[in-house]
Design a protein around this ligand. Structure first.
Ligand code: C2E
Ligand code: MG
Ligand code: MG
Length: 709
């Protein structure tokens, strides 16, 4: 309070007139204050006034005509609970004064001793103390409200006598009512879940030892009825002069929901939604774990199995994705049924699955499991009234010291799987170092091939195709060559297979087609023969799968000005068989365009006649293996003869490949084979040599030095 004049409203309750006058006189003399005094000589009207109006202080005599004793004080306190009261007593009733203090009075004064100084000071202190008490009460109330309204439980631990206050909410988080939990610390610590015990104790002792500013721990706790909940507890210790903690208080939050959400998100991030199996991320994690265990104890062998469903794409394309999805889910179920609890089955994506097979004695154990899995998959699947059969190609990689990362091991299982797939469906292969070398080689080749295309290392050689009756040249077959910077001339059999497995197949394929077409246009102009020269071009099956093949070819032919009839696309028998339906629309577009279609290597791929009939090809090329063994093998001779007559029956041309000797030539002529190619006539030639050949008309076998073989 400052030295300025303060206004103070006083309610004076005193029945003796002279006493009242005396008090008022003293009040008037108190410096710095201006008192507005209302005086009552009865209690009841005074109480009424106190209720309706706010006073800064009450001066209260306890001996009134309508009330006496401590009861007066109580009634005034009820009427004006927030107004400070100073009791006025006689010398004889000091005891009553002290009682009044307990009933909420701020002070008591003995009437005879009162003077203005004493009175002023008493009033000032009473007002100040009352204000402080009110502030404290409000703050306590606010705190109590916060505790009651907060979602967190509150605890306050007196470490000296191990007593704890747990707020009702604290107990409610654990499912208990107020009276069901005692104020003892073990009611808390004793419920901490065993799994999180160590972590909890560590956080607590770190804080008590003063190593952390805040105690904080997320842990599981056993609630009523044995239910486990997740909570977060935080707290701060209060320390004495020697920094020893003597009290600690804090909160407890129920984080069960958050933990459940976290767990669900974690599960979703680690699992495949369709099958519910672990996904690649979790699989790699488990594989890493298996590798680590193996490194600690190399006797504990394990294996990685890599699966790819055979013909899955076919199911998806023909029966729809929904059936495909259901098949994957059912496959997952069957595979799981064949495994032990310690093994991990995962879906890596698409129709690829993988398994970590733990605790095996050796590769044979893994093979047993693989056979069991293949047997399970061989049983019919019934989906939406379709009976579906599937099988898997499986690659196996067995743990070894050489594996440093999970990726390496999965990669090898993948390589083995490809090996298995190439040797037929429903097979398996165990990875070995030969496969590794092979894979490394392929990888190098792929990089080399990319460079070859960029740097112009490819070239085309042309082998003449001859009419049998007069041996004149009717056309050429374009054959790809690779001038490798270190390996020299590389033949297509060494790299075409690799090209077909990569995205290079399209650009390289078109490079050959374009180059061969422009070359043919040039020769047709330079050597206008009758009938016009034709060009046979080998085309990979992948090219027929692109939508715009016929359109692109039409544009090209127009650009170089050659008739579509001069172009013969050679498709291997295998392509016709493998992609029969898928390439059909491209084939009919090409037929419409007018280019000819030849089945290459006929006789090696078990073509069904249905395929040949369904799509009328223009020509069959008899594979070299039959021609070359005609003289030794009666079978070969019979096959060649059969193909020739089949061709004639179906109205197709027939070209015999690989004619190397005059005997072969004569035999083919005797069989009425219309056309042939082979070293006996001419080896594949560089374009410059073809110019000479066309100019002289001499079979190139007689032209030395220009052969490309
Ligand atoms: P192909 O289409 O059956 O081609 C005939 C192969 O037989 C050629 O081998 C040719 O040089 C060889 N040949 C011809 N006459 C004789 C003979 O009298 N005796 C022997 N031993 N061989 C003979 P090349 O050029 O090594 O091609 C091999 C295969 O590579 C081709 O077989 C073809 O399937 C494929 N190919 C070649 N060029 C291309 C191409 O540009 N694209 C595609 N996709 N494949 C190609
Ligand atoms: Mg060919
Ligand atoms: Mg051939």
């Amino acid at each position: 309070m400052t030295e300025q004049t303060m206004t103070c409203r006083v309610l004076l309750v005193e029945d003796i007139e002279s006493e009242a006058t005396l008090v008022i006189k003293h009040l008037r003399r108190v410096s710095g204050w201006r008192f507005i005094i209302e005086h009552y000589d009865r209690l009841v009207p005074a109480l009424e006034r106190a209720r309706e109006s706010r006073f800064d202080v009450v001066l209260l005599d306890l001996n009134l005509p309508d009330g006496a004793g401590i009861e007066v004080c109580q009634r005034m306190h009820e009427a004006a609970p927030n107004t400070p009261t100073i009791v006025l007593t006689n010398q004889t009733s000091i005891e009553l004064g002290t009682k009044a203090l307990r009933e909420g009075a701020q002070d008591y004064l003995i009437k005879r001793e009162v003077d203005s100084t004493l009175l002023g000071r008493a009033i000032r202190y009473a007002i100040e103390r009352n204000r402080a008490e009110r502030a404290l009460r409000e703050s306590e109330q606010r705190y109590a409200l916060a505790v009651a309204g907060a979602n967190d439980g509150i605890w306050d631990w007196n470490m000296r006598d191990t007593e704890v206050y747990f707020s009702p909410r604290w107990k409610a988080i654990l499912g208990y009512a107020e009276h069901e939990i005692a104020d003892r610390i073990d009611e808390w610590f004793g419920r901490v879940d065993q799994r999180d015990r160590e972590k909890f104790d560590e956080a607590m002792s770190q804080h008590l030892e003063g190593r952390t500013a805040l105690f904080e721990s997320e842990y599981r706790i056993t609630a009523k009825g044995g239910e486990v909940r997740w909570v977060l507890s935080r707290g701060v210790a209060v320390r004495d002069e020697s920094s020893a903690p003597w009290r600690m208080a804090g909160s407890m939050t129920d984080i069960t929901r958050r933990k459940q959400t976290e767990a669900r998100l974690l599960h979703e991030a680690m699992h495949d939604a369709l099958t519910g199996l672990p996904n690649r991320i979790l699989f790699m994690d488990r594989l890493e774990l298996a590798l680590r265990r193996y490194r600690r104890d190399p006797h504990k062998l394990f294996a990685v199995l890599f699966f790819d469903l055979d013909r899955f794409k076919h199911v998806n394309d023909s029966l729809g994705h929904q059936v495909g999805d259901e098949l994957l889910a059912q496959v997952a179920g069957r595979l799981l049924g064949c495994l032990r609890p310690g093994d991990t089955l995962a879906r890596l994506g698409g129709d690829e699955f993988a398994i970590v097979l733990n605790d095996i004695a050796g590769p044979t154990d893994a093979i047993f499991v693989v056979e069991r899995l293949q047997e399970a998959l061989a049983q019919e699947f019934e989906i939406e009234a379709h009976a579906i059969y599937t099988s898997a190609s499986i690659g196996i990689a067995v743990s070894s010291e050489s594996y440093r990362t999970p990726d390496e091991m999965l990669r090898d299982a993948d390589i083995a799987m490809y090996r298995a797939k190439n040797s037929g469906q429903a097979t398996y292969a165990v990875f070995d170092t030969y496969m590794h070398d092979q894979a490394m080689f392929q990888h190098r080749m792929e990089t080399d091939l990319r460079r070859a295309l960029d740097k112009g290392e490819f070239d085309i050689y042309y082998q003449p195709i001859i009419a049998m009756h007069d041996q004149h040249v009717i056309g050429f077959e374009a054959l790809l060559r690779w001038h490798h910077p270190s390996r020299g001339l590389v033949m297509p059999d060494e790299f075409i297979g690799i090209v077909e497995d990569t995205s290079l197949v399209v650009p390289i394929g078109w490079w050959v087609i374009e180059r061969a077409c422009y070359q043919l246009a040039k020769w047709q102009r330079l050597f206008p023969l009758q009938p016009t020269l034709a060009m046979s071009i080998n085309v990979s099956g992948k090219l027929f799968l692109t939508d715009d093949m016929a359109k692109r070819l039409a544009a090209l032919l127009e650009d170089c000005g050659i008739a579509p009839q001069s172009i013969r696309l050679e498709i291997t028998e295998r392509v016709v068989m493998d992609h029969g339906d898928l390439v059909l629309s491209t084939l009919s577009d090409l037929r419409e365009l007018g280019v000819q279609l030849h089945v290459d290597d006929f006789g090696t791929g078990y073509s069904s006649l249905t395929y040949l009939q369904r799509f009328r090809y223009d020509s069959l090329k008899i594979d070299r293996t039959f021609v070359s063994t005609m003289s030794e093998k009666v079978d070969s001779s019979a096959i060649v003869e059969a193909i020739i007559s089949l061709g004639m029956t179906l109205g197709m041309q027939v070209v015999a490949e690989g004619v190397e000797t005059p005997e072969q030539f004569n035999r083919l002529r005797a069989m009425n084979c219309p056309a042939a190619q082979g070293f006996w006539f001419c080896k594949p030639l560089h374009q410059d040599a073809v110019n000479d050949f066309l100019r002289t008309g001499t079979p190139a076998a007689l032209i030395s030095g220009n052969v490309g073989h």
